[in-house]
Ligand binder design. Structure first.
Ligand SMILES: Cc1ncc(COP(=O)(O)O)c(C=O)c1O
Length: 462
């Protein structure tokens, strides 16, 4: 009997073309839990292993060239290997990587942040965004003497114990075991965009600080209603709570001064990481002088022993990160940088929605500034085949889960076969991306979605 030739599926072809990544993954799994070092890199059947990167592109162990929309989890707004950043780090490397002492770079780096970020009068460096949000929450509690932090459903503030309550659906619990109930009792979670609910919770008392991603949860995955940040500013002031903008993603991306500069609302404290350190590890808390000065020693033994907020950290403001940060922020001061990235992202979002409409496939793309997101297998009431900031007719929980859906996993594989690496089904544009990268990506998405449709992937899930 004649054999019927079966087409190679996306998954099969991925396993063949990325065989070197599979070998490395199998080795890593022996010593690294699950074979990955960041939960966000989870990909089935296995994640890719990269050997080098330059500009907006990277190359995996099998030599596949990929247009990179991960760009250092959003930290590389200048793209990979920006010459000024690379030169600054190389020059610092010659002088040493850790002096266990103050150095000129830390003040120069802090000055750059004060220059750019409206709320920043003082800066304290940390080693990551997770540490920055932890420190900001501690400062809010110390300043007010109140126990509780208010946060919003689906907003991500890193992986410290306080940050994980309400981070993912269902929003009424921590997204991880291992967090004591006592900690959970000191975090209150409310939906965003409901200022009456915020006001009511603040009126009950005990709220030291309110922390929010000013883009909306998970870099604008769950968009904020226009005006909500100003309303939040007003109620925070009314109730004497510290307003914290978590600008780990939006800092220096939404504008040279971050989302607060773009949207015209100034918080009391700002948390920064990613771009602030030019693609090297680093973070910072910036903000009002009276709040940050709670970290300072005084000529007063009682103050130092009982009132000063503690904050050590071996790698705070390490010289390599400071060098990279200064070189990066110097370039971020020019608003044309962010405007160029934003324009490309808008083209990409519009082109993606046009593909969904042309192919009559359930899905949509949305986002803000130079970030984009994709949902597959879902429909909205305002799909117009164009750029979109706020998808309508879809819940916050659905938006939040979109980047980890099985369909998006398949699209990720299909796009890798087309030479594109996505991040949670979306990603970031950088100054190194070009219109040609966007055009190539749109053609790639069209082919990958077509292939998924012909494999029956959309029907299987209906
Ligand atoms: C808004 C936000 N806050 C905090 C963090 C945590 O930063 P880090 O990964 O440097 O700990 C992230 C990380 O993606 C983030 O997006």
């Amino acid at each position: 009997m004649a054999q019927v030739a079966t087409a190679t599926t996306i998954s099969q072809e991925f396993t063949e073309r990325f065989a070197g990544s599979l070998t490395r993954y199998q080795r890593a799994r022996q010593v690294i839990p699950g074979g990955i070092t960041h939960d966000g890199r989870h990909l089935r059947p296995f994640p890719i292993s990269v050997t080098r990167a330059n500009g907006a592109h990277k190359w995996d162990v099998d030599g596949n060239e990929l247009i990179d929309f991960v760009v250092g989890h959003g930290s590389l707004i200048l793209g990979h290997n920006n010459p000024a950043v690379t030169a600054a780090v190389a020059a610092q490397l010659e002088h040493g990587t850790h002096f266990g002492a103050g150095h000129e770079g830390e003040a120069l780096w802090a000055e750059k942040i004060v220059e750019l970020v409206p709320s920043a009068k003082r800066v304290k460096f940390t080693s990551s965004g997770t540490e920055a949000t932890l420190l900001a929450m501690r400062l809010a509690r110390a300043a007010t003497g109140r126990p509780t932090i208010l946060k919003f459903e689906g907003h991500f503030h890193g992986w410290n114990d306080y940050a994980l309550k309400g981070e993912a659906p269902p929003f009424d619990r921590a997204t991880s075991p291992g967090i004591p109930d006592a900690v959970m009792g000191t975090v209150a979670v409310v939906p965003a965009n409901d200022i009456a609910a915020v006001d009511a919770r603040l009126a009950e008392g005990g709220i030291a600080g309110i922390i929010i991603e000013p883009s909306g949860g998970s870099w604008a995955t769950i968009p904020l209603a226009e005006g909500f940040l100003q309303q939040l500013r007003d109620v925070a002031t009314k109730h004497g709570s510290v307003l914290i903008f978590d600008e780990v993603i939006t800092g220096f991306r939404w504008a040279p001064g971050g989302a607060q500069a773009r949207l015209g609302v100034t918080p009391d404290l700002t948390t920064l990481a990613k771009i602030v350190a030019g693609g090297l590890p680093g973070g910072a808390v910036a903000g009002r002088a009276d709040l940050l000065d709670l970290l300072a020693f005084r000529d007063d033994a009682t103050w130092n022993a009982e009132h000063k907020v503690r904050h050590p950290g071996t790698f705070n403001a390490n010289p390599l990160s400071a060098a990279a940060g200064i070189a990066c922020l110097t370039q971020c001061a020019n608003p044309e940088l962010q405007a160029g990235c934003d324009q490309l992202a808008a083209l990409l979002r519009a082109g993606l929605n046009a593909i969904f409409v042309d192919r009559s496939l359930p899905g949509f793309a949305w986002g803000e500034s130079s970030a984009f997101h994709l949902a597959l297998g879902e429909t909205i009431s305002n799909q117009a085949g164009d750029d979109l900031r706020v998808p309508e007719g879809v819940s916050a929980a659905t938006l939040k889960k979109s980047g980890s859906s099985p369909l998006v996993n398949q699209l990720h594989l299909g796009m890798l076969l087309e030479g594109v690496d996505l991040f949670h089904g979306g990603g970031f544009l950088s100054a190194a991306h070009t219109k040609a990268d966007v055009d190539a990506t749109l053609e790639a998405v069209d082919r990958a979605l077509g292939r998924m449709a012909s494999e029956g992937q959309f029907e299987q899930r209906e």
